[in-house]
Design a binder for this molecule. Structure first.
Ligand code: UFG
Length: 340
């Protein structure tokens, strides 16, 4: 019995594969390496002492996916495979809709034809837009996301709910807040392509001197220091939530449709300047920055009410912002030794 992990060599995917292997799941990775590197597979093996089965192909290739399902007894899927760059999604909407939705539908077709249940979907807090009240719980109103990327997440959720209702399946939608950090071994972490869009990778590249200064997008928000607030969740904590969610689905023997939805965050908001300060403190480095205009599409504030995950999954975030930022920096140093 195996769990299919699509995008299993990516940032959150690879950390989750490690947690699954540590919990004795058999793991099959499908990843087309479009936003990941093959060396991550070896590093997963180095951390866990186990080598997951790996298929390098694009999930839009239905016939190859079909062969994987023929070759293994797959009991569930965690679907990380998706394009995720917000800005790029505006420039290439068709690529995003095609990749993020067709791949999902192709896996669900196999699930339907083989009567498989247990599907976990990587969703995002972007489905809430600027929520009306903080912290955000799972009953908050969904708003049409600003980006095509966000829309693919919201549409993916709808596809899955309809799938679960029609075929009495068990699905789980995990809405991540802002994942940060790297594995404590420094063998796994985020690999941004080109100029990073997200805050922590940009902070790291500024601290190493690859970037001259961090652009802080706006200090005229209605927050204490004027910069926008997010809920930064440590990637290993996030990975552990996937195992807990999978175990909950798999031990649920009811034949009823199950649609679980969980917000995954720390419950605490941090401003951009607080992240910069925490990074500097954690790593004894300085991060030069300048204040710029607001970035288009950004919201003011978002942090999670993650109490449902604590009650129903027995999961909660355990790692502080500073600890997470320390692991991020160690990963950056590891990457430098690899390229030198
Ligand atoms: N920020 C900067 N400078 C940077 C990068 C980011 O000031 O160079 C700020 C942003 O303006 C924002 C905060 O840091 O206030 C966090 O920005 P990120 O880009 O790291 O994360 P976002 O909250 O914008 O992105 C998250 C998820 C996306 C999702 C998006 C939707 O990472 O997957 O929310 O709003 F699509």
């Amino acid at each position: 019995m195996a769990i299919l992990v699509t995008g299993g060599l990516g940032y959150i995917g690879s950390h989750t594969v490690v947690e699954l292997l540590n919990n004795n799941f058999e793991v099959i990775i499908v990843d087309d390496l479009s936003n990941s590197e093959k060396f991550i597979l070896n590093n997963i093996q180095e951390i866990t002492g186990k080598k997951p089965i790996f298929y390098p192909f694009d999930l839009r290739r239905k016939e190859l996916l079909h062969q994987v399902f023929d070759a293994h007894t797959i009991e569930g899927c965690i679907n990380f495979a998706a394009y995720k760059a917000v800005g790029e999604s505006q420039e290439k909407p068709l690529d995003y809709y095609e990749n993020n939705l067709f791949t999902l539908i192709n896996i669900l077709q196999e699930f339907k034809n083989r009567n498989i249940s247990n599907f976990i979907f990587s969703s995002s807090c972007t489905v809430y837009g600027q929520a009306d009240k903080m912290p955000i719980d799972e009953s908050a109103l969904l708003k049409t996301p600003e980006s095509v990327y966000g829309k693919t997440k919201q549409m993916g959720e709808e596809v899955l709910k309809d799938f679960a209702n029609a075929y009495h399946s068990k699905i789980c939608l995990l809405r991540y807040f802002n994942p940060i950090g790297a594995h404590p071994s420094s063998l796994l972490g985020e690999l941004p392509i080109g100029v990073p869009n997200n805050l922590v990778p940009y902070v790291m590249q500024t601290a190493t001197g690859i970037r001259e200064k961090l652009n802080v997008w706006g200090n005229d928000y209605n927050t204490e220091d004027g910069t926008a607030i997010r809920d930064y969740i440590y990637v290993v904590d996030l990975a552990k939530a996937h195992v807990a969610a999978l175990q909950k689905l798999m031990t649920n023997t009811s034949v009823e449709t199950t649609i679980d939805i969980f917000n995954l965050g720390t419950g605490k908001g941090s401003s951009v300047l607080e992240v910069v300060e925490a990074f500097e403190k954690a790593n004894s480095v300085s991060v030069p920055y300048q204040i710029c205009d607001r970035r288009e599409g950004d919201i003011e504030i978002a942090y999670a009410d993650a109490s449902k995950a604590e009650q129903e999954l027995g999961w909660k975030s355990e790692t502080t912002l500073q600890e997470a930022l320390k692991t991020a920096w160690n990963w950056q140093k590891y990457l430098e030794t690899k390229t030198n």
